[in-house]
Design a protein around this ligand. Structure first.
Ligand code: HEC
Ligand code: HEC
Ligand code: HEC
Ligand code: HEC
Ligand code: HEC
Length: 261
């Protein structure tokens, strides 16, 4: 009885040491057995606790675990920013195949004719069916493509365009301030005049907004060129931008409450 009590911590110590050897991965069980189970002699030597390859497996699992801790969040972060998720470069299905190339380039209609709120309100606004009918009650009156426009017009209903560009609810954006401080449509929407169907060219991440708010010079233009998709500064962009910045008194804020109110 007495000797059994005294012997009790023995196996625990051995197990702890075995675990430590396994963790540090040095030589595994044989060392332990020889050092601490000498009394048992050859028997201990021949029965290692874990097979030798278990060290390799254990280390591999440790490495994989740490890698997963890092790579899963990083992967999700990157995934959220792929064009597949942000929708960059992908048009959305629309009720009418409206083509900006024809209307803007070939027919020379100004952006503001159809997106008339852009200079005076937060949103740019979408054209009503009645605006389309101003022309299409005269031309292409029988076009099948235009049937939904005629329907909406006679039913006095809005056309259900699918939004291409949309910020999350918690972001405040305002078109008029940008347009009246010399930021052109092309800086954020790209060459809409070359798009058969509109798609987003920017992911509209916070970084995108802040990059310009921190140094807007290179993207400023005279107020007369806001909707001009082809305008380029005559001299160096930096000089022209610095001049415009002063002229228009451009000071984009970068504090959080500017965009998160
Ligand atoms: C004749 C009318 C008309 C003119 C002119 C016009 N647009 Fe549009 N625009 C539309 C219609 C209709 C839609 C919705 C269909 C679509 O998204 O393709 C639209 C959609 C857009 C969108 C996508 C909005 C969103 O997020 O869903 C942008 C950006 C845009 N227009 C920019 C411009 C710019 C810049 C110009 C000038 C270069 C311009 N538009 C000229 C009628 C017009
Ligand atoms: C200022 C006049 C004008 C306005 C306003 C206008 N369009 Fe047009 N639209 C035209 C002209 C001109 C054409 C022929 C273009 C071409 O083929 O070059 C055309 C062609 C089209 C076509 C192609 C028709 C077909 O059968 O191929 C569609 C679709 C269309 N417009 C939709 C719209 C929509 C939707 C609106 C309103 C958001 C609109 N248009 C506003 C002048 C206009
Ligand atoms: C500083 C960047 C920026 C500039 C410059 C800009 N837009 Fe936008 N535009 C956006 C963003 C961001 C949205 C999405 C807004 C939202 O989700 O509330 C948008 C949305 C739109 C829409 C969809 C309807 C709406 O109002 O939400 C249209 C149409 C549009 N813009 C047209 C224009 C035109 C035309 C111009 C030039 C006169 C222009 N934009 C200039 C960033 C810009
Ligand atoms: C290409 C340059 C550019 C980009 C991109 C841009 N901004 Fe701006 N922003 C400006 C300029 C210039 C002003 C006007 C600053 C001033 O009033 O002097 C401004 C002003 C603003 C204001 C008004 C601040 C006030 O005075 O209260 C808001 C809000 C804003 N931006 C939000 C955004 C958001 C959100 C985005 C991204 C979706 C964005 N901006 C992208 C250039 C830009
Ligand atoms: C110029 C505009 C602007 C300013 C200034 C700004 N944000 Fe944002 N913020 C955005 C936009 C746009 C998004 C949406 C980004 C997206 O959907 O990817 C956003 C998203 C976020 C998110 C959501 C997480 C994410 O990245 O999607 C957080 C949190 C945030 N902002 C915090 C802040 C803080 C804190 C500040 C001040 C240091 C700040 N923002 C200043 C435009 C701005």
């Amino acid at each position: 009885m007495r000797s059994a009590l005294l012997a009790f911590p023995g196996p625990i110590v051995t197990w702890v040491r075995r675990a430590r050897v396994l963790l540090t991965g040095r030589g595994l069980t044989l060392e332990v057995d020889i050092a601490h189970d000498e009394a048992k002699g050859d028997e201990a030597r021949t029965r290692p606790l874990f097979p030798v390859w278990s060290t390799a497996v254990f280390r591999l699992l440790l490495v994989l675990g740490v890698a997963a801790l890092v790579s899963i969040p990083a992967g999700l972060w990157a995934w959220e920013r792929t064009p597949y998720i942000t929708g960059v470069g992908t048009p959305r299905p629309q009720p009418v195949k409206f083509d900006h190339r024809h209307h803007v380039r070939d027919d020379g209609i100004a952006c503001t004719y159809c997106h008339g709120d852009v200079a005076r309100s937060a949103s740019a606004g979408m054209p009503a069916a009645s605006l389309c009918m101003g022309c299409h009650s005269q031309i292409w009156t029988n076009s099948a493509e235009l049937a939904p426009v005629r329907q909406a017009y006679f039913a006095d209903a809005p056309l259900a365009w699918n939004r291409v560009t949309r910020l999350p609810e918690f972001v405040y954006f305002n078109h008029s301030i940008h347009v009246s401080k010399g930021v052109g449509c092309v800086s954020c929407h790209g060459r809409v005049d070359r798009m058969a169907q509109v798609y987003a060219v920017e992911p509209f991440t916070m970084q995108f907004c802040l990059d310009c708010h921190r140094s807007p010079e290179a993207r400023l233009r005279p107020l007369s060129e806001i909707t001009n998709m082809e305008w380029q500064p005559s001299g160096s962009a930096a000089d022209s931008g610095a001049r415009l910045r002063q002229q228009l008194n451009v000071e984009p804020p970068t504090d959080c409450t500017t965009c998160h109110r």
